[in-house]
Design a protein around this ligand. Sequence first.
Ligand SMILES: *[C@@H]1O[C@H](CO)[C@@H](O)[C@H](O)[C@H]1NC(C)=O
Ligand SMILES: *[C@@H]1O[C@H](CO)[C@@H](O)[C@H](O)[C@H]1NC(C)=O
Length: 222
Amino acid sequence: MEWTHVAFVLCSMAALSWACCTPDQWQGVQSLFSGYAGFFHRGLITEFNDVAYDYEGKRSAVFLRYVNGDIEAKLKIVVRYEDDKDEGGMLYVDNYNKERCWKKRLEGEFHKACIPKDAKSYGNYSLGLKGKYEVTSYNIKGKRMDHIVTVQTLGEGVCAPIGQISMGRVGHYDVLRNVGFVDITPGIRNESVFDVPKDCADDWQDFDLPIDIDRQDYFLGV
Ligand SMILES: *[C@@H]1O[C@H](CO)[C@@H](O)[C@H](O)[C@H]1NC(C)=O
Ligand SMILES: *[C@@H]1O[C@H](CO)[C@@H](O)[C@H](O)[C@H]1NC(C)=O
């Protein structure tokens, strides 16, 4: 086979898998409002988070400011996959107020932040003034939740997240979550955001975290 054919096959494979993916490295600010209702408890979680995503280095970081009723927390969540090893990744959750860390081994591969090709598109439209700020929304059926994800097209197959509405059931709760992204910048300003958090240096622990802390699906809902 000639190289042009190989390139063509690779391109069409990429085209088959994804409608679009975010750039490989970016940072931004994320706001989140999540209403939940269960048999005994209901409430609203609000968050204001700094996020960093690095597909090249297979790592992500979220600094969360979390409010749920009377509960307030500052958490740093870091996901790291080591390139040379084949044994999945690590999730670190540093609770700044309690100076405590949880760790969890993650199976599989680092999630690439992409819109699947088979996601149902709602078509193109403008936010606000027509023609000024064009976006596309997709409906994505997830494992735990269904998502409507809105993105801005940056180039062929490349897009930036704008917002995500998710609904579904998490544990014993019905959840409706609205996530918005602002001030996205390409690249990583300072790689130290991905450092293993200070309270996570030793003390190996591996146990199930509350499911909503597993933030791998927050960069585009997949
Ligand atoms: C929506 O916009 C994208 C990117 O500009 C374009 O490739 C696509 O063809 C458009 N889709 C429709 C239905 O107009
Ligand atoms: C990156 O951040 C760390 C920790 O905040 C700081 O010590 C370091 O000087 C920063 N490096 C650069 C190049 O700004």
